[in-house]
Every structure is written in structure tokens, then in C-alpha cells.
Design a protein around this ligand. Structure first.
Ligand SMILES: [Zn+2]
Length: 257
């Protein structure tokens, strides 16, 4: 694969990074990432993956753009109100970098469709805002041996962790066990969030995907990073695999598909 003159100019700053360079850029252009959720986390994640020149990006989201989204969901704009988020996202990203192939899924992710959707991608980003979907993404990615990066936000804080289908790597369920009882923790539109916080976490998720595709640096495998915007604390917590985990343990009871 040869770079066009336009690509050489567009990615000039990537070429200058020895950890990426021309070889890494080719890997990005041959790579694919699925972003599940085109909201607060998915916006910066999809923007930076598109900017980096990842060849194929999938965007899954069933919702339409609402005015109360725009405080953090920077993929969309006021003129897009009422439009499906995946359409708005595709248009914005294509204008940003027309070389990137964008595939959209205007669907809720379910046990029935998830394996079929994730199978076409090298890496998955969990940019959702509810626990049942987060556990479903985890369980499906563990089942399909698909690398993914979990991300979550709450008020002024956020967290992320990357999973790889390798020995002794904890999954999201190893750490968090089960979704909390319905209503026990406020989620989605019931809770406030500072818009730039998902901006930080979603950007870090994009970086995890870029490092995975290029082989640069270290991934947050077995490590949960938590961020507190009020105190500026970034904490790294090493976490073990749980042999009794219901999806990746010795005697799994959960199987998707
Ligand atoms: Zn597990």
C-alpha cells in the first residue's frame, strides 16, 4: 500500500512518531474499530479514530439527537436535532476524513445481534451509558475472543479498562460481577455529568484502540484507570482475573449466541 500525497500530508505528524510511523499508519488504515454508543464517550473516540485514519469504523446507536445531548456529545450539532445519531455521526466523520469507511447500525445492541456486529471488527469500544449493555458487550467480546475497551463516566469521574482474550486477563465481569440492581445507581439521563469528562475517557479509549492496532506502548490490560476531574487524580488499579467469573472463569455459566 502506497500513501497518496494527501495522506502523506494529513498524517505527517503520525509519521514523525517512531512508535507509529509509516508502518503504524498502514496498520491503522487496515484496521477496524466498532464504537458502540455515539454519545459522550463515542463522540471523542470516533473523532480521534477517524482523525488517526483508522480504515473502517463502525458506529452503533439506536437513538436520535436531543438538545440535552449537546452538552457532551460533540459529534452532533444543533441542526441535527431529531436525526438518528448514527446518521449525524457518519456525516460529521466523513467530512472530517473522507477516506474512512463508516458503517452504521441504528439498532439497540442485543444478545441476538451483537456477535454478528462485532465479528467484522478488530477492536470494540464500549461507549454505552447503561450497565446491562456494558455486561452484554463484555460477555460477547469474551465469548468471541474480541479485544475491547470498557469506558464509564459518572458526574465528575470516569474509568476505563482494556480486555484482551489472553490467559489471566480479567474481564469487566471479573471486576464488577453483575449489573447493579435496577434503580440502585442512577444512570443515563438521571445523572449529571460534566461534558469534558467523557471527552477525556473517550479520548483515552481511542488511544487504547490506536495502541492495539499499531502495537505502540502498553495497553490497560488488567488495569483499571479511574479519573476524578475535581481532584485531578488519575489512579491505576491492577486487577486479577477471577477464576469463578461467570463468563471467563473455569466453569462459565454465561454464553452469548
Ligand atoms: Zn471474567
Amino acid at each position: 500500500m502506497e500513501f497518496t500525497a494527501e495522506q502523506r500530508e494529513r498524517f505527517a505528524r503520525n509519521f514523525l512518531l517512531e512508535e507509529i510511523g509509516e508502518e503504524g499508519q498502514k496498520k491503522l488504515m487496515n484496521g477496524s474499530v466498532l464504537v458502540i454508543g455515539a454519545g459522550g464517550l463515542g463522540s471523542p473516540a470516533a473523532f480521534y479514530l477517524t482523525a488517526a485514519g483508522v480504515g473502517h469504523i463502525g458506529i452503533a446507536d439506536a437513538d436520535v439527537v436531543e438538545l440535552s445531548n449537546l452538552q457532551r456529545q460533540i459529534l452532533h450539532s444543533t441542526k441535527e436535532l431529531g436525526r438518528p445519531k448514527v446518521e449525524s455521526a457518519k456525516e460529521t466523520l466523513t467530512e472530517f476524513n473522507p477516506d474512512v469507511k463508516i458503517t452504521t447500525y441504528q439498532d439497540y445492541i442485543t444478545e441476538e445481534n451483537i456477535l454478528d456486529i462485532i465479528k467484522d471488527y478488530d477492536f470494540v469500544i464500549d461507549a454505552t451509558d447503561n450497565f446491562p449493555t456494558k455486561f452484554l458487550i463484555n460477555d460477547a467480546c469474551v465469548t468471541a475472543k474480541k479485544p475491547f475497551c470498557h469506558g464509564g463516566i459518572f458526574r465528575f469521574s470516569g474509568q476505563l479498562m482494556t480486555y484482551l482474550p489472553e490467559e489471566n486477563v480479567p474481564c469487566y465481569r471479573c471486576v464488577f460481577k453483575n449489573p447493579p440492581e435496577k434503580g440502585s445507581i442512577p444512570m443515563g439521563n438521571q445523572v449529571g455529568v460534566l461534558g469534558a469528562v467523557p471527552g477525556v475517557i473517550g479520548s483515552l479509549q481511542a488511544i487504547e484502540a490506536i495502541k492495539f492496532l499499531t502495537g505502540a506502548g502498553e495497553l490497560l490490560v488488567g488495569t483499571l484507570v479511574s479519573y476524578d476531574a475535581l481532584t485531578n487524580d488519575f489512579r491505576k488499579l491492577k486487577l486479577p482475573k477471577d477464576d469463578s467469573c461467570a463468563v471467563c472463569g473455569k466453569h462459565p455459566t454465561i454464553k452469548i449466541g
